[in-house]
Each structure stands twice: as structure tokens, then as C-alpha cells.
Design a protein around this ligand. Structure first.
Ligand SMILES: C[S@@+](CC[C@H](N)C(=O)[O-])C[C@H]1O[C@@H](n2cnc3c(N)ncnc32)[C@H](O)[C@@H]1O
Length: 403
């Protein structure tokens, strides 16, 4: 996402308060003491069956706020993103001898459309998306590809091909942890309580149950033990057991082929750098960002940056190899985006205007101060040559930084 960094919201016209069903679900999800762990709050706010942000029928993705959208993603900026990504997908399909792409979280269908336009016609496309309204939008947009596109209701039990996720992992609920003032226990966990007087959700931290976390996710518990000594009291960040479990499950079910994850985030040592002391939680509405995830649940997107080391380790645990890791800018340049831009038709005045706009948007994708450096691309594979220089990672591969 690429937002104007300005907070402050006007109330949504016509909306008098929180959705009553979502509010009731949030209250019901609290524990006996009235506390709601943040990942459970985020789960309801984004995915409540009727009123969650991703379940509601609001536009969400689009290039500009005038469309009623909240944020823009790379495929929304220009189809050249998908056309360029297709070069890497084609290399992976050929090398694995497979012919199916599975996209997780396909948004408006923009990436699918761009890929299908340039992938050979025998390549089948599968989409898994939790949002009924976005599935409807995808179906409309992709109708011209007929039977090549099909929607899955759940993760496949077994899959051969290329799995893609662009800005999917940042929307998976995270747990928020806070370094304790005292050393015992080393961490507290952030949750929310409903304050009747203020008529609002408020943060409340509780001691982290380390034994329980270790039983649920030993790696996340080990990570917190490892980083605690270097971090100051009050240091706040996120852990991603749910996102990493999703990657682990998909990795286990990927029998042959590859996975490509594109998103904003860092490798672990940068993610948990002592200076990144307030975490990465961010909300998006009307192309503006704010850092108040407890306010107006269901009305805005809530995201956290991705810990790419955790993603890579989850996939490795399931037997996949890391085939490449780099910045989005480097990846797109390696895959030939500048050449594609140079080939845009310029014969007529109309073409020159279109080309200037595409060029400006394409620069956002690779410019370091826009999406080029913050966004990363991670390639994982099973049964593929781990020593090969895969197209998008041929120069500037940073796999070593993941460790
Ligand atoms: C930020 S949007 C990105 C959309 C698209 N990939 C793009 O780049 O334009 C996140 C997408 O992931 C979907 N989504 C979120 N969580 C999901 C999950 N657990 N499984 C499948 N789709 C999910 C949302 O409905 C939405 O389509």
C-alpha cells in the first residue's frame, strides 16, 4: 500500500456508530475478565462474516480515493506489474513442469487479469479469497477468461504449480507484544478492553503466557526469548503465528512448484531492530494511514509488516527451499520492467499520454522511496534447483539477510 501519511478521519457519512453485529461479536470474543487479545480483535474487525472490513462490500482497492477505495496496491497501479511478474511465473511453471497458478487474496482481480493476459492459454488460474464481495468483483472482471479461472472454497489438500500472494500476508491477524519494564516475565501481550464510559476500545497489556505461546508456536516463543535482552522496556512489536502457520500449511500441501510472496516487510533482524520501537501496525482508509487499529473496527484495513524470516522458516520446516529474496524494485528490474516500459507505444498523442501515466506509476513500483525497497519478494520452492539464479533474483539477491 502506498498512502498519504496523514491521520485524522472524518466520520463515515450515514454511519452513526459501530456495526452492532460486529460490536456484539467483539464483546463476545473477550475472555472472562473482559480482555480481547489483539489478534482476535483484528480477526473480527477484518473478517467478521457480515461486517468485517474484508467481508463488507466497500470498494477497498483502487487508484484514487474518489472511487471510494481505501488503498492502492501494485497491480492497481499498472498492469505492467502483472505482465512483468508473469516472466517469473512462466520460468517457475516451466522448470516445475506444472501449469496452474493459485493466487491467494486476489483483491479486485487486477493481478489475475494482467497475468492471464500474457500467460499461455493452457495455464489454469485458481483464486482463494475470503471476501465474498471481492470474489464477485473478480468474477466480473475475469469472466472473459472463462473456465481458465476457478475459485476455491478452501486451501487445496494438495497442489502442484505456482502459489502467489501479493499483499496478502500483511492482512493476516498478528499478536502484539510489549517488552516488560521488569525482566520477569520478559514480555506482556497487548489486547483490548471495552470502555463503556469512553464508548471505545482501549489498549490493555497483560503478562504474556510464555508456556502457552511455546505450546502453540515454539518458534515465536523462542524468537521473543532471543530478542528480549537487546530491547528497551516498552518496546512494542508484532509476532505472526497465524500468517506463518498459513504459509506452513500451504508449503506442506505444495507437492511440486513454488510460492511467491510479495509484501511490505523486513527480515527478522531489521523487523525487531531496537529503534523500531512502536511496531508496524497501520490502518488504511480513503488513502490515508493511521495508527489507531482499535478505532472504528470494520471501517478500515488493519495491517502489519511481514517478517520474511519467519515466512521462510515456516516454509523450510515444511520442506521447501528458499530460492530467492530481494526488494520489489530489484525483482521487477530483473524481470524486465524497464524494457517493457520502453516498448510502450508512443505513436499517437493519446498513446503518449497513457505511456507517461504508466511510466509514473511503474516508477512508484521500483523507486526506493516508494514501493521499491520497503516491499520484498520471497521465492520458495519444492523440487526446484536451489542453486539456480532465478530470473527475478539474478542480481541483488538477499537470501543471506534472512538468517
Ligand atoms: C490488501 S488486499 C490485496 C489484494 C491483491 N492481492 C492486490 O495486490 O491488489 C488483501 C486480499 O487478501 C484477501 N484475504 C485476506 N485474508 C485472506 C486469507 N486468509 N485467505 C485468502 N484471502 C485473504 C482479501 O479479501 C483481499 O482480497
Amino acid at each position: 500500500m502506498n498512502d498519504f501519511p496523514a491521520p485524522a478521519f472524518a466520520p463515515v457519512p450515514g454511519r452513526l456508530g459501530p456495526d452492532p453485529d460486529l460490536h456484539a461479536a467483539l464483546l463476545a470474543a473477550r475472555d472472562a475478565s473482559g480482555w480481547l487479545r489483539f489478534d482476535a480483535f483484528m480477526q473480527q474487525a477484518l473478517y467478521h462474516p457480515q461486517a468485517g472490513y474484508y467481508t463488507r462490500s466497500s470498494p477497498k482497492l483502487g487508484e484514487r480515493p474518489e472511487s471510494g477505495s481505501d488503498f492502492v496496491t501494485a497491480p492497481e497501479l499498472t498492469p505492467l506489474f502483472g505482465h512483468t511478474l508473469a516472466a517469473q511465473v512462466t520460468e517457475l511453471l516451466q522448470a516445475s513442469g506444472t501449469q496452474t497458478v493459485l493466487e491467494l487474496g486476489a483483491g479486485s482481480g487486477a493481478l489475475a487479469e494482467a497475468l492471464l493476459d500474457v500467460l499461455p492459454p493452457h495455464v489454469a488460474y485458481r483464486i482463494l479469497d475470503v471476501s465474498p464481495s471481492l470474489r464477485g468483483r473478480q468474477a466480473q472482471r475475469l469472466a472473459r477468461f472463462g473456465e481458465r479461472v476457478q475459485w476455491l472454497e478452501a486451501l487445496p489438500e494438495s497442489f502442484e504449480g505456482v502459489i502467489l500472494g501479493n499483499e496478502l500476508l500483511d492482512a493476516v491477524p498478528v499478536r502484539v507484544v510489549v517488552r516488560s519494564v521488569d525482566d520477569e516475565p520478559a514480555w506482556r501481550e497487548r489486547g483490548a478492553v471495552w470502555d463503556d464510559t469512553a464508548n471505545a476500545w482501549q489498549w490493555q497489556d497483560r503478562p504474556l503466557d510464555r508456556a502457552l505461546l511455546a505450546a502453540q508456536d515454539a518458534r515465536c516463543a523462542g524468537l521473543l526469548d532471543e530478542i528480549a535482552p537487546q530491547l528497551p522496556p516498552g518496546y512494542t512489536s508484532e509476532i505472526h503465528p497465524q500468517g506463518q502457520a498459513l504459509v506452513g500449511t500451504l508449503a506442506a500441501r505444495l507437492k511440486r512448484g513454488a510460492m511467491l510472496w510479495l509484501d511490505y516487510g523486513f527480515e527478522e533482524r531489521t523487523y525487531y531492530h531496537p529503534q523500531r520501537a512502536t511496531g508496524t501496525l497501520m490502518c488504511h482508509r480513503a488513502h490515508r494511514a493511521d495508527d489507531q487499529p482499535l478505532a472504528e473496527p470494520g471501517e478500515k484495513d488493519i495491517t502489519a509488516h511481514v517478517n520474511f524470516t519467519g515466512v521462510a522458516l515456516a516454509a523450510q520446516d515444511a520442506g521447501l527451499d528458499v530460492l530467492g529474496y530481494t526488494s520489489q524494485g530489484r525483482f521487477l528490474i530483473n524481470c524486465g520492467l524497464p524494457q517493457r516500459l520502453a516498448e510502450l507505444p508512443q505513436a499517437t498523442a493519446q498513446e503518449r499520454v497513457a505511456s507517461a501515466r504508466t511510466t509514473a506509476n511503474a516508477h512508484k513500483l521500483w523507486a526506493e522511496h516508494e514501493m521499491g525497497e520497503l516491499f520484498k519478494v520471497l521465492l520458495l520452492g519444492r523440487g526446484l534447483d536451489a542453486t539456480r539464479h532465478w530470473l527475478g533474483f539474478a542480481q541483488g539477491d538477499r537470501t543471506g539477510a534472512l538468517g
